[in-house]
Design a protein around this ligand. Structure first.
Ligand code: FES
Length: 261
């Protein structure tokens, strides 16, 4: 066992450097871009949730799907279901916001990015953080980041619903721009979701012999390839969901006109 001596106590302290960092490259650029990108997503999402133009046949905006409230526009209800009854009068998008939102909020990649961009904890490697101490994710509230795996299962359901919406659009308007935006979005959402670290563990975690589990091994190799691109897919799917959502709303508002939509 290591003895606590004055020497190794000194070794455990941080380097005593007076400036915030000795780095001379543009280390601040990545956290700044992340801050701007994630902030724009939050602002757009907040606006979209309260915007009433989320459906124009056969398109439904992804931020409001599945539409499960009684107040959902005629034709927008997912499979005709209204499990929340008449008492629910808030925007339908609020009902499901927590599922994809919680999934992204607890994602390992997004955690790294917003810890750096919003909490400066630290903003980049070898850059001093403003916080006095580091407690990691072992205590309340950050210990709740560990529920990410459960959000993964819920995100699969949301991915299935968005795929269903895209297929409906394809059946009713195969040449519509909106149809192909919804399809692209569903593909990117699934690529991001299946590349999740939890999914990688689910496919092949706790296996001692890949040779005895060829199907799981195959699944793991596919998931691992997506996992290697998880950061890129996180951004691509974030912009695709915003782009498809905005497009449907602009069509629903009559700003983009139908023959070309
Ligand atoms: Fe990013 Fe699971 S680690 S979605």
């Amino acid at each position: 066992m290591t003895q606590t001596t004055p020497e190794n106590q000194v070794r455990r302290q941080r380097a005593q450097i007076k400036v915030r960092t000795l780095r001379t490259d543009s280390w601040w650029l990545a956290p700044l871009l992340t801050f701007l990108g994630l902030s724009s997503f939050l602002v757009y999402g907040f606006w979209a949730i309260f915007d009433g133009s989320y459906f124009v046949d056969p398109y439904i905006a992804p931020f409001s799907s599945p539409c499960l409230a009684t107040s959902c526009t005629e034709g927008a209800r997912f499979l005709g279901l209204t499990p929340f009854g008449d008492w629910y009068t808030l925007p339908p998008g609020l009902l499901i916001l927590g599922l994809p939102g919680g999934f992204r909020l607890t994602c390992y990649y997004y955690r790294k990015s917003y810890y750096r961009a919003f909490w400066l904890s630290p903003s980049a490697c070898a850059v001093q953080e403003p916080h006095g101490k580091y407690t990691g994710e072992t205590r309340f509230p950050l210990i709740f980041q560990n529920i990410h795996r459960y959000f993964f299962y819920l995100a699969l359901v949301i991915g299935g619903v968005l795929t269903y919406d895209a297929i409906l659009a394809l059946i009713h308007k195969p040449l519509g721009v909106g149809t192909w935006l919804l399809i692209l979005n569903a593909v990117l959402i699934f690529a991001y979701t299946l590349g999740c670290h939890s999914c990688r563990h689910i496919t092949a975690g706790r296996l001692n012999h890949f040779s005895r589990h060829p199907v799981r091994y195959k699944a793991w190799t596919i998931v691992s390839k997506l996992n290697a691109k998880h950061q890129q897919l996180a951004w691509a799917s974030m912009f695709s969901v915003m782009g498809a959502d905005l497009y449907v709303r602009l069509v629903a508002k009559g700003i983009i006109l139908f023959p070309y939509a």
